[in-house]
Design a protein around this ligand. Structure first.
Ligand SMILES: [Zn+2]
Ligand SMILES: [Zn+2]
Length: 351
């Protein structure tokens, strides 16, 4: 099998040919049909996150081992199954739920493997979809596509699931009654706008400095787009919302968006932040109490949520984001384009 490996953090991806693994027990081997290129892959590639104040979170210290085959948004066709696999057959096309845990701890047993402290994530802790084949450890990770196109379905495993799970944290009812404010109109922002429509939400005002992305947000159904560099940005957002801001979704997660989110929210407001750009927040703590704010993080989503999401996208025929395809050998270039902010929508590798 062919794969693209990270051999050293920040170094070029190296195309590698190795024996194709044979599945044992509950393992399933898929031939990759599509693998989304995610912003998280940039952090994996570079080996860490900026935590602000000069501190970094080192992935090497967190047990990420090299060489690493990235790719956690994968759709493939089943080509071989282990002897204990049931409910999945050769020829089935499946979306891989990558956020697997140990399967035994408290988090895993309540169906939130994404909160497991010993993750076994496909494309992070074990080889992922930046390859022509991927071996998954258990058939429970395979989600039927319900008729969706593989290239369009692949990004549901991470960016789609992250958006869906983040939106659900506000409560569907709140989204139907109140206008949401969303920071960022990259791939996640566009997905959130479409999912919000699918969930019957009232809509979102988007905060985005880049003109091209702002236009994409309007085309994806944003009620308005505000440039955060405007001196009256907060007033513009409140005017577009038509009153106090109750709900903010921060898809960027840097010091500016954290500060603006806090300032925007009214009493009883709810901030959900899933952005990973980095830095630290400097919130006035007495106001956190006085405004009775809820500040909540989100990390991808659960396996049951991925099943719900695929069902929602298939039922409502949602066209989530524009996708562009590239070949396996072009993944290094695709990552660089993503890093330079040149990708509108989602890049998906098709081997
Ligand atoms: Zn666990
Ligand atoms: Zn991702």
């Amino acid at each position: 099998m062919r794969s693209m490996q990270v051999r050293e953090f920040g170094g070029p991806l190296v195309e590698t040919v190795a024996d194709t693994p044979q599945p044992q027990g509950h393992e399933v081997l898929l031939r990759v049909q599509a693998a989304g290129v995610c912003h998280t892959d940039l952090h994996l590639w570079h080996g860490g996150y900026d935590l602000g104040g000069g501190r970094t979170l080192s992935l090497q210290e967190r047990g990420i081992k090299l060489p690493l085959v990235m790719g956690h948004e994968t759709v493939g066709v089943v080509v071989a199954v282990g002897d204990k696999v049931s409910g999945v057959q050769v020829g089935d096309v499946r979306l891989v739920y990558p956020w697997l845990g140990c399967g035994q701890c408290e988090a895993c047993s309540r169906g939130q493997e994404n909160y497991c402290l010993t993750p076994d994530t496909v494309g992070i802790n074990r080889p992922g979809g930046y390859a022509d084949h991927v071996l998954v450890p258990h058939e429970r990770s395979l989600v039927p596509l319900r008729g969706l196109d593989p290239v369009r379905a692949a990004p549901l495993a991470c960016s789609g699931l992250t958006c869906y799970s983040a939106l659900k944290k506000f409560g569907i009812e709140r989204l139907q009654q109140q206008t949401l404010v969303v920071f960022g109109a990259g791939g996640l922002g566009l997905m959130c706008l479409k999912l919000l429509q699918g969930l019957g939400g009232r809509g979102a005002v988007v905060i985005e400095p880049n003109a091209e992305r702002a236009q994409a947000a309007l085309e994806a159904g944003a009620l308005a787009v505000v440039n955060p560099q405007a001196s009256d940005a907060i007033d513009q957002v409140r005017a577009a919302v038509g009153g106090p801001v109750h709900a903010v979704l921060d898809l960027v997660g840097n010091e500016q968006t954290a500060g603006l989110s806090f300032d925007l929210l009214t009493k009883g407001g709810h901030l959900v932040t899933i952005g990973l750009f980095g830095g630290a927040a400097n919130w006035p703590l007495p106001l956190l109490a006085i405004k009775a704010l809820t500040i909540q993080g989100g990390y991808v989503g659960s396996l049951p949520e991925l099943h719900e999401l695929v069902q929602l996208v298939a039922d409502k025929q949602l066209e989530l984001i524009p996708v562009h395809t590239c070949g396996l050998s072009a993944l290094g270039q695709a990552l660089r384009s993503l890093e330079e902010g040149k990708v509108v929508g989602r890049m998906v590798m098709t081997p």
